[in-house]
Design a protein around this ligand. Structure first.
Ligand SMILES: Nc1nc2c(c(=O)[nH]1)N[C@H]1C(S)=C(S)[C@@H](COP(=O)(O)O)O[C@H]1N2
Ligand SMILES: [Mo]
Length: 229
């Protein structure tokens, strides 16, 4: 175990971070360290806390990096809602309050990254469409056909962010541009990248891509990621 991992674990255990919401972060004013050639301006220290570099992010997605063109991209909110909605990239950023939070992402492959996530609250997006009483599950659909889901209660309780920036820079395509779900507290496969549709469902047994292949549907990062029969 390297020192970074130890520090990451300590902060995760201490649960020291909570979201700060307001205007979009200006990366240039907050950057206190720049060390990466690939992602110039990446924030490496945030409020005295050392962050991982975006370069540590792996790419093992099911169909490789998705190239999303914002001119025809829409984020849809569908299913058990009062009004199905479709937002442009600009509308999501412009119509909703953004929040920032340091969150650790842990992959089943044994690596973890602690990054500064900035995004809009999923609950705000859902509220804009009006959630039906019968909705229990939030299903995230991505441009590569990948899906994953979380209980609506969890999305609310954790106030999960649909992120558009990491470490102060706009999500690179590899990391899920335009939007990646920051599924705090859950194993990496719940962190949907390239999200294009958020569906409300009553199906509490819904299983996404990796979940249908044996990975735990609960996916709490403090529990094993394989469901044992
Ligand atoms: N759209 C989409 N999102 C996805 C995936 C994917 O294949 N497609 N892979 C998931 C998995 S398994 C992990 S661990 C995280 C980070 O993926 P990475 O391991 O490829 O970096 O993204 C998640 N989000
Ligand atoms: Mo993963």
């Amino acid at each position: 175990m390297n020192i970074e991992k130890i520090i990451v674990s300590l902060f995760a255990v201490a649960g020291l971070f909570s979201a700060a919401c307001g205007k979009s972060v200006d990366a240039t004013t907050k950057a206190t360290g720049m060390k990466d050639e690939t992602y110039p301006g990446e924030i490496m220290v945030y409020e005295g806390v050392n962050l991982s570099s975006i370069t540590g992010f792996r790419e093992n997605s099911i169909k490789g990096t998705q190239k999303v063109d914002t001119s025809d991209y829409r984020l849809e909110i569908t299913g058990l809602v009062d009004t199905a909605l479709s937002y442009t990239y600009g509308e999501v950023l412009g119509n909703f309050t953004s929040c920032e939070k340091v969150i650790r992402m842990k992959c089943v492959e044994g690596w973890a990254l602690k990054l500064l996530w900035e995004g809009v609250k999923v609950t705000d997006l859902l509220a804009s469409a009006g959630v039906s009483e019968s909705a229990k599950t939030v299903i995230f659909h991505s441009t590569d056909g990948y899906t994953t889901s979380l209980p609506l209660s969890y999305v609310k309780e954790k106030d999960l962010l649909l992120a558009f920036k990491i470490n102060g820079i706009v999500l690179p395509p590899r990391q899920g541009f335009p939007f990646m779900l920051a599924a705090e507290g859950k194993w990496g496969y719940k962190w949907a990248r390239w999200v294009e549709r958020i569906e409300l469902s009553a199906d509490t047994t819904y299983k996404g891509f990796w979940e249908t292949r044996g990975y735990s549907n609960d996916a709490s990062e403090d529990k094993p990621f394989f469901d044992r029969p």
